[in-house]
Design a protein around this ligand. Structure first.
Ligand code: 13P
Ligand code: SF4
Length: 306
């Protein structure tokens, strides 16, 4: 029988022996964070994907993240930690819809949130993540931009960039939209001293009330570096737990107990163990054409957001 610590030791041994780099998104559980070579937001994971020296990369997160790793490192074997872990937002739009939108809005650049399929990225101009969107779109030469598929992130970015004409196309994260203005009012009255830190995937009426809006890494860094002692966290609730480990002297409260991403929660430490043993996960396979075309979109983000 294994304990958490002994299973983690076994994973560390096997990943070294089998030349595997473990990347984990910030929403993964803390026992997975502890065995990962890198933990971060979608932008940080994209940068690491291009840098990893190992022959195999295990992406603990959701499918679009593993596809991004494969596109940036096509020569590597890339594994997704759980075959059913997908982001529902990534499937909200298809290539036919983007073609229709392009006909309706000629001359607009199409900016895709990275939470999209690689196939969709083949017909978009540039990718963005929550942490890079403002900088990338500010640096994009086009004034007219169609932002897909997250209207909440798009609306927040548009507010920061009044010089751009950003059109939103309906879509969004089913997890973050669960947090409402009522949750904000309740949390503020329960914890009047606490700072409210939220992800830009939240509804505009929630981000409008926040003391800080940013990516998962942005929220974590803000809370760690702040001299304040209490924080209400408006993003997936795993971040509350991670912050309690980083700053045990501070207090962290979930904005809503319902902000749980079931797809991010699918991967367990035992799945990671099976993957490093070579018997778990799903190898990501994409056609050369899709990788080549989707890469333009991601490379443009890395060039404009760096
Ligand atoms: P980050 O890039 O901020 O980590 O966001 C990814 C995501 O899926 C948030 O729901
Ligand atoms: Fe997708 Fe939302 Fe889950 Fe992030 S939290 S992976 S956007 S469903």
């Amino acid at each position: 029988m294994f304990t958490t610590a002994s299973l983690q030791d076994e994973i560390r041994k096997l990943k070294k022996e089998n030349d595997i780099c473990i990347l984990a998104h910030a929403y993964q559980s803390h026992d997975i964070w502890e065995v990962a070579d890198y933990v971060g937001d979608s932008y940080g994971l994209s940068l690491q994907a291009a840098k990893a020296s190992q022959k195999t990369v295990l992406m603990c997160g959701v499918r679009f993240m593993a596809e991004t790793v494969k596109i940036l490192s096509p020569e590597k074997k890339v594994l997704l930690s759980h075959p059913l872990a997908g982001c529902p937002m990534a499937d909200q739009m298809d290539v036919a819809l983007i073609r229709q939108l392009r006909e309706r809005y000629p001359g607009y650049a199409v900016a895709a949130y990275i939470n999209t399929t690689s196939e969709l990225k083949t017909v978009c101009d540039v990718c963005v993540t929550s942490s890079s969107a403002v900088q990338v779109l500010r640096n994009l030469e086009n004034k007219d931009i169609l932002f897909i598929p997250d209207c909440n992130l798009g609306a927040w970015v548009a507010k920061q960039l009044p010089e751009k004409n950003i059109k939103l196309v309906s879509g969004g994260c089913p997890t973050h939209v669960r947090m409402s203005l009522r949750d904000v009012e309740r949390a503020r009255s329960m914890y009047p001293q606490a700072k409210l830190l939220v992800h830009p995937e939240c509804l505009p009426e929630v981000t409008a009330q926040a003391d800080y809006v940013g990516s998962t890494t942005g929220i974590i860094d803000y809370a760690k570096n702040s001299s304040e002692k209490e924080f209400i966290i408006g993003t997936e609730n795993s971040i509350v737990q991670h912050l309690q480990f980083s700053c045990p002297e501070k207090r962290f409260y979930a904005l809503s107990k319902d902000c749980v991403c079931h797809n991010m929660k699918l991967t367990t430490l035992a799945d990671v163990y099976q993957c490093v043993r070579g018997v778990g996960g799903e190898e990501i396979v994409l056609s050369e054409e899709v990788m080549k075309k989707a890469r333009r979109c991601i490379d443009t983000m890395l060039a404009l957001g760096g």
